[in-house]
Design a protein around this ligand. Structure first.
Ligand code: CO
Length: 439
């Protein structure tokens, strides 16, 4: 086993919220010599140097431009967010009956989670607070980093239908318990103390619940890895490792992690924003290239939209497509959908398969059963802003959108090797329908 599975678990452990995920990515990039840019500054770029820029502290784009006359952009995109519960304003909720008192935290759902796994396990709170200090608005990352809240199940004796399929009510069943009656009034103080600020300086918060259970490697031959947030931090992590260790002297390597995929990407920092388009345009201008050269580069450019895929389930084999069965530890999944929720088409699949074949990386195909609607992802949304050849890929996993998901250990290395081979190549459009891949 390589060091990457443990590296992935460490990465996720340090990413209790999307803000923390971007922060750890920034740190890894900085440690590798990348320079931070601000969208609000003028960009003066040098060929051969490496840069990154964040938006909202929850999305990031990093890039390496080998020379001003680069041919194409080689882009890999994944997402930083996962389904969770967001803590509402005025979060403390006191419930009492005949003198019995509890303090709960009022929350709402973020994304489409499986509810059941969130019950009866220690949870904590992470995200950011925004303060007013010394006349400035400032952001602080928050991770309370101890077992703090829990969503208790109702006992089977009081809900005999619990095992017959239960409709969870987010406002009734899913509210986490924070303390007894004495806890009232202490939540924001707990938040402030965790990041060494004063409670009175807090103006606003973006705080989320997270599962405290650390990831683990398990199975008869340690072939599985389970952890919170594998969707999609597994792709964010593997593509980062590939990005740091590969490049081609004729193509610009671009690494993107977008927030808000789980809620449709339609935010200023999501895949349905101008972020990617803005960064690519600014790279082009910073090297003195014309608008015409930008369009030429985009026509030869290629994107891997990397977001996890469903492995065949041992207890529910019938819900998978009859001829495209995806297995863990069998390689990178290429995702297809006739209605183009996944961007993959014959050309983009062929280019990617060619790259994988050359690198000796296995791959497999995923489609939904024809009578089931699948999820959506980043690629087709991003393509509405910067339109380029794109293939949707991911790694096979079980229990997507549970707060504890399971994937295959070998696939981590396959993904890193496959994406490295992509960044180590230069794709160019030669003629209508004809592409060349240089290595
Ligand atoms: Co995802």
């Amino acid at each position: 086993m390589s060091n990457y599975p443990q590296g992935l678990l460490d990465f996720i452990q340090q990413s209790p919220s999307c803000f923390h995920a971007i922060d750890i990515i920034k740190k890894q990039l900085t440690a590798n010599g990348f320079l931070q840019l601000l969208e609000s500054d003028s960009w003066e770029l040098e060929a051969g140097k490496s840069y990154f820029v964040t938006r909202n502290l929850s999305s990031i784009i990093a890039f390496k431009v080998p020379r001003p006359d680069f041919v194409s952009f080689h882009i890999v995109a994944s997402h930083s967010d996962s389904p969770t519960f967001k803590i509402k304003e005025n979060a403390e909720l006191e419930v009492s009956r005949a003198g019995a008192k509890y303090t709960q935290l009022n929350t709402e759902r973020y994304g489409g989670m499986l509810c059941a796994p969130w019950f009866d396990r220690p949870l904590s709170v992470a995200g950011r607070v925004v303060t007013q200090e010394n006349g400035k608005i400032q952001t602080h990352l928050v991770n309370i980093d101890r077992d703090l809240v829990l969503i208790p199940n109702l006992a089977i004796h009081m809900n005999r239908q619990a095992n017959d399929g239960y409709a969870y009510n987010a406002q009734k069943d899913m509210v986490p318990l924070f303390g007894d009656g004495c806890a009232k009034g202490s939540f924001l103080k707990t938040v402030a103390d965790s990041c060494n600020i004063s409670e009175k300086d807090i103006l606003s918060t973006d705080l989320f619940l997270y599962n405290r259970m650390p990831g683990t490697i398990w199975g008869a031959n340690e072939e599985f890895i389970s952890s919170p947030k594998l969707d999609d931090l597994e792709c964010a992590y593997t593509s980062l490792q590939a990005f740091l260790n590969a490049s081609h002297n004729k193509s610009a390597s671009i690494y993107c992690v977008f927030d808000n995929e789980e809620v449709g990407s339609g935010t200023k920092q999501g895949a349905d924003s101008t972020f990617l388009q803005d960064v690519l345009g600014r790279i082009n201008s910073a090297f003195g290239r014309t608008r015409e050269q930008f369009h030429m580069a985009v026509a030869s450019s290629f994107m891997l939209s990397a977001d996890n895929a469903h492995a065949i389930h041992p207890n529910h084999m019938d819900v998978s497509d009859p001829t495209n069965l995806v297995e863990m530890n069998q390689g990178i999944v290429i995702k297809y959908n006739a209605n183009q929720k996944y961007t993959t088409d014959a050309v983009s699949a062929a280019v990617f398969k060619n790259i994988c074949n050359q690198a000796g990386v296995p791959y497999q195909s995923f489609t939904n059963r024809s009578d089931m609607l699948g999820g959506s992802t980043l690629g087709n949304i991003s393509n509405a802003h910067v339109s380029l050849n794109t293939v949707d890929i991911g790694l096979a996993q079980l229990a997507m959108h549970s707060c504890y998901e399971t994937a295959g250990i070998k696939d981590i290395d396959y993904m890193i090797e496959g994406i490295k081979a992509f960044y180590n190549s230069c794709i160019s459009m030669d003629a209508d329908g004809i592409y060349q891949i240089e290595r």
